[in-house]
Ligand binder design. Sequence first.
Ligand code: PHE
Length: 446
Amino acid sequence: MNETLERWSTRRAFILAVTGAAVGLGNIWRFPYITGENGGAAFLLLYIAFVLLLGLPVMMAEIMVGRAGRRSPVQSLGHLAAQAGASSRWRWLGLFGAFTVFCILSFYSVVSGWSIEFLVISINGGFVGASPAEIGAGFDAFLADPARMIFNHTLFLIMTMLVVSAGVAKGLERLNNLLMPLLYLLLLLLAGYAATTEGFGPALAWLFLPDVSAVTPLVVMHAMGHAFFTLAVGACALMAYGAYMPDHQSLPRAAGAVAVLDVTVALLAGIAIFSVVFAQGMDPGEGPGLMFVTLPIAFAQLPWGALWLSIFFLLLLLATWTSSINLAEPMVATLQGMGLKRGHAAAIVGLAVWLVGLLTVLSFSTLAEWRPMFGMNAFELVSTIPPEIFLPLGGLLIAIFAAWVMPEAAARRALGVGPGGFTLWRGLVRWVAIPLTLVVLVAGLA
Ligand code: PHE
């Protein structure tokens, strides 16, 4: 297959697209509950360290490979490996990435469907005047109802696949332009409101005063996995977007901007959510329901609560939409590269993801106690193993490919930096990111 000619129309469009991929459930839903389960501040600091030391340099590597190859991930890897005289098996890395995003999308779509449900409830004023206990019970009742969850999961996947089948660059640009600033603004407002509540102080202490005794190899591995997940790195999904990146744009600057935006969204969401947790005497480690219970509680007490809550779930839904489009893109691009029409590829991927997603749906009711591996049920498996093992593994291989296999000249051109910057980036990938990822993975698994 030849090089793609499609490009994001401006530099801003590229940054917004990658931010759209990065900012999603990972920041607003997963970050708070994983931080809660892993003891707070120590986890948070580890996660930020991993974003800087691993996430950023590997993100640059991944986008760089995409920009150098200008094809679907599988084909870019094959093409560049051939240029370097390396094994054509590097293409398998693209397939591994596609498998990873497949697993992730299967639960991502279900949880994004929860936001649809909550959006509808909010618009109908369903949370107004409800007590925290009622809100919690309502969420549990929803989880126990597979039919409602399947309906929302289906709707969300159709929304995603429609955009993907239209071709990513055009459809997404318009959405991203509007969405990110609005989401930011609303989170700022929420965090500002949180600052007026009595939970604010304890929330800050919980998030920023580390308790080092809580750190175990497993906690470190969770933090590393979350850094990859939230930045959308390690599945060749950003590689697919890099293929459409304009030639004359600084890649490090774009990646840096995305990382800053991504981490601040998570911090704002964390501050807002943990303020409610502590004001209400809730358990920070309460798990995947954390955001869906705390935020309605907070908004229910605000004037115009139903309106704010509706806006929030609408923005969350749009943010997860732009992420899931990115999750679907590498699979669709791969099938398209194998000769399928884009629309057909999107339909096949959508159907397969939908089917596997049913396992996640049922993990909250009928199949809750079905634990096929490691004592985890289906939802726990797909929401843990792919983000925490597959993404770091994929990121590791991408890093090796970019810093050791690709010809230096091609890498430097696609990275778009001077000799000094290139040496710095490559040194960071070769001697920090690669060994660190390996050590944490091995220690965590052991
Ligand atoms: N980064 C996305 C989020 O935080 C999830 C994602 C992971 C997207 C991997 C693409 C690839 O919601």
